[in-house]
Design a protein around this ligand. Structure first.
Ligand SMILES: Nc1ncnc2c1ncn2[C@@H]1O[C@H](COP(=O)(O)OP(=O)(O)OP(=O)(O)O)[C@@H](O)[C@H]1O
Ligand SMILES: [Mg+2]
Length: 207
């Protein structure tokens, strides 16, 4: 059985794809057979994959074609770890992603507005958490000088959700992805440290 981690938030542009690709790269480097599954019709992960250099040593990449259910697609990977990049939508597919995941990571920018704008999503998410899903909010595009607000942390812990420090705002995230790579490929050692910490936090949540 694969361990399934989903990067999900119905809000657009919060860093879902950046998180998914980096986490998959970290799992791959950790020696685990990893598949990055693009479930977004926008195909951002596929775009990234098309740009990877020849013989790039990275995770396998697949997309969810219309004739395969998510559960079948996950099963067919045969991978130790499957990372799902979800689209910026809240619909039946969101429920399917959460039902098939062991861990849902929800990238949020520090203002927390990305979170409070989606009360309906929180309902769906907490519903799945009640049924055994692990979930955490993850800082995204965070200013290095600010930490995530205690208020956000307190509000989330009331819902039984935790908040991970996640990734700061760094040019290297955008640049490395635009070149079909990740910050782990020598772009920015501090960013690489953040990614490894996030991967390790994710493993802790899956224990
Ligand atoms: N930590 C970061 N530092 C700098 N830029 C970032 C960071 N995370 C994301 N970005 C940039 O922000 C933009 C949106 O990020 P990304 O595509 O990962 O978000 P998304 O939630 O997947 O978007 P969509 O909802 O369209 O799928 C991209 O241009 C990306 O390069
Ligand atoms: Mg995306």
């Amino acid at each position: 059985m694969s361990e399934v981690i989903a990067s999900v938030n119905p809000k657009g542009g919060v860093g879902k794809t950046t998180l998914a690709v980096h986490l998959a790269a970290a799992a791959h480097r950790d020696g685990r057979e990893t598949t990055l599954l693009d479930t977004d019709p926008q195909g951002s992960v596929l775009d990234w994959h098309r740009r990877t250099p020849d013989k790039y040593d990275g995770p396998k990449v697949e997309s969810l074609e219309r004739d395969r259910t998510l559960a079948v697609a996950i099963g067919q990977t045969g991978s130790d770890v499957v990372i799902i990049d979800a689209p910026a939508r809240l619909d039946e597919q969101t429920g399917r992603v959460l039902s098939n995941a062991d861990l849902a990571l929800v990238p949020v920018r520090p203002s927390g507005l990305d979170l409070w704008g989606t009360a309906e999503f929180l309902d769906v998410l907490t519903d799945h958490v009640d049924r055994g899903l692990e979930a955490a909010f993850v800082g995204s595009q965070r200013d290095v000088r600010t930490s995530l607000s205690d208020q956000l942390d307190a509000a989330l812990s009331q819902l039984g959700l935790c908040l991970l420090e996640g990734l700061t705002l760094r040019v290297a995230y955008a640049r490395s992805l635009s070149e079909g790579q990740t910050v782990l490929d020598g772009y920015d050692s501090t960013a690489a440290e953040e990614v490894r910490a996030l991967y390790s936090d994710s493993l802790d949540l899956l224990q």
